[in-house]
Write a protein that binds this ligand. Sequence first.
Ligand code: ACO
Length: 330
Amino acid sequence: MYASLKSIGSYIPEKIMTNRDFEKIVETSDEWIVQRTGISERRIAAADQSTSDMGAKAAQKAIQRSGLDKSEIDLVICATLSPDHLCMPSTACLISDKVGIRDVMAFDISAACSGFVYMLMMAKSFIESGAKKNILLVGAEKISSLVDYTDRGTCILFGDGAGAAIISATEDIDEAIIDVHASADGKYSDLLITPGCGSTHPCSTEMMDKKLQYIKMAGNEVFKVAVRTLTKDVVDILKTNNIEPKDVDLFVPHQANLRIIEAVRNKLNFPKEKTVFTVGKYGNTSAASIPMAINDAYEEGRLKKGDLMLLDTFGGGFTWASALLRFGGN
Ligand code: ACO
């Protein structure tokens, strides 16, 4: 038995925040942001819209496209760094409730931007072991709730949104998840961190005065490790599986920074037409980035049943992961 990505869906919030909007609140320019990141605009969730609201909308789309009835889904996992509630209930439980999935295991994972590919690894294992048959994966983020809009080094990078996928059991190897590599190294944890609100710095006015509840990033150092790790990761997974870059139909990298994507793409000589770029219009949506990008490629007609996809991602932790899979949807 193999695991197959059978359908994809996404939810994109309505409100657009452009680089020009940032020029009004921090010392920056459209030119600097585009040149350093490739980002022109990003979406921001409404004040009363939660991560689970967006996740549920993406999930409904993926379920509808899978042709499954929601009662056939036997596991729900959500990857997010901006959960509705810090401790409990999990965002996966809230999404299950909003979608109407009852009495099945549901939980969140914490792997920052690598969350979606980490979940693919888990879904593959659950299905190949025979434990589950149809799994709903959701990557959803309201990162605007964690961003310090006075810190020009981070606020311009992130956006909100959600992506979801159904992973189902199949006997057809031509639509299978072939391989997933996932890894982490906590020695880099301080370079990309939300220091406050956890057990190290519990909620307090002192903690909030120091703005520890927001994302802090040593951008330049993260950038260097990201390029090095992502390139190595892609080379490794292709080599392990005896696959040449030219055999890949669609390269779907994590959408954090256009310069990072271009560095990896050039190293492997992937043509632009075979690469998905959404960072310019959504910014970095962390765990939602990869499923949102796959969804856009699907809706643009760039993804057909059996196409070989290569996913590659990197995030806080540090965590990183890559996957080779054939699309199982129609
Ligand atoms: N506008 C204008 N100037 C700025 C801005 C801005 N928005 N932000 C920073 N600068 C300034 C800095 O203050 C610095 O000025 P100085 O030289 O006077 O000190 C100068 O620009 C250069 O700063 P760097 O940080 O060296 O700029 P860099 O070229 O590295 O670009 C960026 C910064 C875009 C953040 C880049 O480092 C990056 O993309 N890093 C990786 C992000 C990433 O991939 N994160 C991982 C995933 S995220 C996750 O897991 C949640």
